[in-house]
Ligand binder design. Structure first.
Ligand code: IPD
Ligand code: CA
Ligand code: CA
Length: 277
């Protein structure tokens, strides 16, 4: 069964990748929840193509997809799909975006693929079988501590409303790490942790489709994935820390250190906004 899952997932990812490349030169943008949350025809078209491939092979499986939501029916088998992760990059022609597809059985992700069509990089992981990039095994980095680490992070679409909260963590971690990157694709950030290109990643406010495939990649590349408190990752829980394992506790500790001040500054901002309304 899992081989068939892999074949179908790869077929679906490649179909999405072809649409990304075709649409890249003629981008048609509209806006979702607010003025910074975009959706392009590439998002919608690639999602439809992915779902068609999956449905043809497994008509009874459930689906959770970013643009079309959750299937009405329940199943032990569920596919979690971000048809285009890095939409803002895509819309600007900035070459950092991908498709992310995960397959979950009875609530546990068993397979994940993150495919960057532009760079022709296909990251896959199967539970218990390791992680691969274009067929070659990958491993997380061996960077021993935070001060030698290159980290990734990002901001959710409520970043204007919660800017002081999010920036507090950047401030704290900037003082402790070697560098921080904001790539604009959480799925690729996680794939890069798995491949040892960055040593760790944290982000608040993510959705299951942003992290489902990337989290199994990190797990299977012998890294460590958790929520912000260091406890087991809950895909619905929105917050993720993923590292090479060696510096996990240090990153969790830095986040915990910044938290009270982040909460205080956010509350202060809400107060100011109310007062000026
Ligand atoms: C976004 C990207 C970005 C992250 C945002 C996500 P989208 O996904 O992964 O890196 O910072 O939180 O929502 O909208 O491009 O699919
Ligand atoms: Ca996404
Ligand atoms: Ca998306």
């Amino acid at each position: 069964m899992i081989n068939e899952i892999e074949q179908v997932a790869l077929r679906a990812a490649r179909a999405a990748g072809r649409i990304h490349l075709k649409r890249l030169s003629r981008i048609n943008i509209s806006r979702k929840s607010n003025s910074i949350d975009l959706v392009t025809e590439a998002d919608r078209e690639s999602e439809a193509a992915i779902i068609e491939v999956i449905h043809r092979a497994f008509p009874t499986h459930a689906i959770l997809a970013e643009e079309s939501g959750a299937s009405a029916h329940q199943s032990d088998h569920r596919w979690i799909i971000d048809p285009l992760d890095g939409t803002t990059n895509f819309a600007h022609g900035y070459p950092q975006f991908c498709v992310s597809i995960a397959y979950e059985r009875r609530g546990r992700v068993q397979f994940g693929v993150v495919f960057d069509a532009l760079k022709k990089e296909c990251f896959i992981a199967q539970r218990g079988q390791g992680a691969r990039l274009n067929g070659k095994p990958i491993r997380v980095s061996t960077t021993p501590n935070l001060c030698a680490a290159l980290l990734g992070s990002g901001f959710a679409y409520d970043r204007r409303e919660r800017r002081r909260f999010y920036l507090c963590f950047w401030e704290e971690i900037m003082m402790r790490a070697q560098g921080i990157r904001r790539s604009g694709s959480a799925a690729l950030d996680l794939a890069y942790v798995a491949a040892g290109r960055i040593d760790g990643f944290w982000e608040f406010g993510l959705r299951p489709w942003d992290v489902a495939a990337g989290a199994i990649l990190v797990d299977e590349a012998r890294g460590c994935v958790s929520n912000m408190d260091g406890r087991e990752l809950d895909l619905a829980g929105a917050n993720i820390v993923a590292t090479n394992g060696r510096l996990h506790d240090q990153l969790i500790e830095a986040i915990a250190q910044a938290r009270p001040e982040a909460d205080r500054r956010h509350a202060e901002m809400l107060h100011e906004t109310k007062a000026s309304a």
